[in-house]
Design a protein around this ligand. Structure first.
Ligand code: DHB
Length: 393
């Protein structure tokens, strides 16, 4: 008996030590499950955000509110079923305090239920359909919304003698948001709009651009997701739309800084409205661009990178505010109302909607010192997502 008790005591003692050990470890770390498309057609989004997250932690030391942020990076390849499974595994097995990333709208939506059930914040660093933040009270967004970027484009077009616009958008959430928000505003101001939608997977823009060419619009409004712009612009030139004098307008995704050089001079003169340009003229942005390029073999940060960088900052600031408490409700409460100076300019996490409020800049694509840039020439300050703002009224 005595021996048995001794053995039992030993075993208990061991398992208790193991349990305490892991509890102590869990107290020191705040794990962030970073789910991104690292392969497949949207890998550029994953590459940009991953690099920005690494840069933020390298610059800021990774410990906030006494907790060391530990990143667990997972590749969902752009497949929503994979995103959902990875989110579940990260929550159940790895016990992450925060889920982050989400390169496309269907991927952000796929994780929403997991975030709600587990009460874990979901920081959306890329996906930009307006309604995403309504899919879970645990979603906080640091990217942008397409209506936020597209409505100012309608205002600019109306003021600049553009009367007839043909819209070409990718046929899913953000494209539909871009098309409807632009068209509603533009038509309300007296313009006319004709619209086509192009599939998300393996898009062939040629037939749609043929229709656009026949319609003889003053401007072509385009939304394609980040990374696809070069493919689009190639077919824009092949259809002769540049020579026909059709002005290219839209949210800035099509002239993404990451691929602007590969698009080439055909992009010169495009007018776009967006929240970030690598050419944004501020000390914070110059420091960000210099550090990002130095850490990534000269790669330019694009609007995805800045949202990943700010997303990490939002997580870090929330941990500081909660003194390292990783309870999901406490973290989301700490994120609400956060206001920061980002490389893109001032940003605010709207305490009511958990969506980002930020400047939208009107830019023209230009060549400067042999390099292509989206040069900002007007600012619409602190724009809220107009879809949610309209619902509130
Ligand atoms: C989305 C993806 C993008 O690459 C982009 O530029 C804008 C929006 C999205 O799927 O929400």
């Amino acid at each position: 008996m005595a021996i048995r008790r001794q053995v039992l005591k030993g075993a208990l003692g061991l398992s208790l030590a193991a349990a305490l050990g892991s509890a102590a470890f869990a107290q020191d770390a705040a794990k962030v499950g970073l789910i991104l498309p690292m392969t497949g057609p949207f890998a550029s989004t994953g590459k940009q955000i991953d690099a920005a997250v690494k840069l933020f932690l390298a610059q800021n030391g990774a410990v906030f509110g006494g907790k060391k942020i530990e990143i667990i990076l997972k590749d969902d390849t752009g497949n929503a079923d994979t995103t959902r499974r990875l989110a579940q595994e990260l929550v159940v097995n790895d016990k992450v305090a925060v889920l982050a990333g989400f390169g496309l709208t269907p991927l952000a939506l796929a994780a929403a239920q997991v975030a709600t059930q587990a009460k874990v914040p979901e920081v959306v660093m890329a996906a930009a359909t307006a309604t995403i933040t309504e899919a879970s009270p645990y979603i906080v967004r640091t990217s942008f919304t397409l209506p936020q970027a597209s409505e100012p484009m309608a205002d600019w077009a109306l003021k600049n003698n553009i009367k007839k616009v043909f819209t070409v958008v990718t046929d899913y959430g953000p494209g539909i948001d871009a098309e409807t928000s632009f068209a509603n505003k533009f038509k309300a101001g007296g313009g006319t709009v004709e619209s086509v939608r192009v599939p998300l997977r393996n898009p062939d823009f040629a037939p749609f651009l043929q229709r656009a060419s026949e319609a003889k619009p003053d401007a072509l409004f385009v939304f394609v997701p980040s990374g696809i712009g070069a493919q689009f612009m190639k077919q824009f030139v092949e259809r002769g739309l540049d020579k026909a004098g059709v002005k290219l307008i839209g949210p800035g995704d099509v002239v993404d800084d990451d691929i602007l050089e590969s698009i080439g001079d055909v992009a010169i003169g495009a007018i776009t409205t967006h929240h970030y340009s690598v050419a944004h003229d501020s000390a914070a942005n110059k420091a960000f661009v210099t550090a990002f390029k130095a850490a990534n073999g000269g790669m330019r940060p694009n609007f995805m990178a800045v949202a990943g960088y700010d997303g990490m900052r939002v997580i870090a600031e929330a941990l500081k505010k909660t003194n390292g408490n990783t309870d999901g409700d406490a973290l989301v409460a700490a994120m609400k109302g956060l206001s920061l100076e980002s490389p893109r300019g001032p940003i605010l996490i709207d305490p009511d909607t958990r969506d980002i409020v930020q400047n939208i800049y009107v830019r023209k694509t230009e060549k400067k010192d042999g390099e292509l840039f989206n040069v900002e020439f007007a600012i619409i300050p602190m724009v809220k997502d107009p879809v949610k703002a309209a619902k509130k009224q």
